[in-house]
Design a protein around this ligand. Sequence first.
Ligand SMILES: Nc1nc2c(ncn2[C@@H]2O[C@H](COP(=O)(O)OP(=O)(O)OP(=O)(O)O)[C@@H](O)[C@H]2O)c(=O)[nH]1
Length: 395
Amino acid sequence: MFGVMLSVGTYPCLNLCFALAEEQDHLLQHQPDQPENPKVLKVAIIGAPNAGKSTLSNQLLGRKVFPVSKKVHTTRCKAQGVVIHEDTQLIILDTPGLTSPLKAKRHKLNESMLKDPWESMKHADIVLVLVDVSDHWTRNCLSQEVLKCLFQFPQIPSVLVLNKVDLVKKKFILLELITELTEGVVNGKKLKVGSDMKHDSHSSAKTPPQIAQASPPENRAHETHRLQETDKVQEGCSLDSSSDMESSLVTEEVQGPKPCEYRDLKNMKGWPCFREIFMLAALSGEEVDTLKRYLLMQAKPGPWEFHSGVLTNQSPQEICDNIIREKILEYLPLEVPYSVHQVTEVWEEGPSGELLIMQNLVVPRKSHMEILCPYCTSPSAKTRRCSASTGKSLL
Ligand SMILES: Nc1nc2c(ncn2[C@@H]2O[C@H](COP(=O)(O)OP(=O)(O)OP(=O)(O)O)[C@@H](O)[C@H]2O)c(=O)[nH]1
């Protein structure tokens, strides 16, 4: 075993988390406070690795709670974040990227990375399916894992969220993607993409599209309640009137069997049962508020599950591990082995509440150590306080 010691100095986000650690334990263990007419909604966020699930979760929460990095599989297990707005509590279920058992085996991923998205679905009232529209390889179809998940839980209302629209120059492509990812059906209605829009090159240079909704959220409370109560789809997908794609998507009632009853998974590219479509850029927060307002309106009367003082169900240790892993993934040039084991060596609170945390990163192979600390085996290692022979290095 080789160990790499990594020191983390003061971290503003950590300060607050840990200053409140004891209080958080107390809040998690006791009955949550309740407003007069509490409402609640559990929102699962699923999608392929790197689609931006944790970035979106953090934006919805208004705080950095979940780890984010440009490398895949940053999220290793499910975690919950809590949003409170007036009498409504949204519980955000962030999940690891959906992956196949074969890939999980090949990359030696934890079992939680395979199981947790499914576990979160079991508890969800609504599911957001995130698609990275900047990824040319994956954006045209939902992965088999995502489709399997949706098929397994067809009763959970699903919402398609096209993320990273800031990276798409030709905005008309988004309309084509919507058609493919929904199999041309949204909310029980067929989509028709206007031919004027489909090849309108003028739209390519314009600003990112607005959120895809039939009417402004504030007018929709009644409509969405009706939709949930009767399961009778009335609304279609159109685009916001301020969008450069206005009127390009029109809808028409679907005849015949319900599209959700189709079972030929292998031949499916999209999911014809999405209730809504949103287009946003989670990184900049663009249009995230519109999605948040929509979610708040979907909440149903019911007791809050968390005390209003709780931001996440993660323990301080989990938050610390996540932040350190996030930094390793973000700053090291190579893929980081999944088998890295984090062991906390020092955990000290300073006089003004700041924390000094040191972790040993324990890896099973020397080659892994070189990935984590490229200087460890270089001739100048000693000057960097690294020593492969002792098995400990200070980054
Ligand atoms: N340009 C751009 N980048 C984004 C956006 N949303 C997320 N990203 C970036 O995409 C990368 C992956 O984001 P994450 O939030 O870690 O993705 P994830 O789906 O949680 O990833 P996994 O943990 O692998 O499942 C990060 O580098 C983010 O900064 C966006 O709207 N625009």
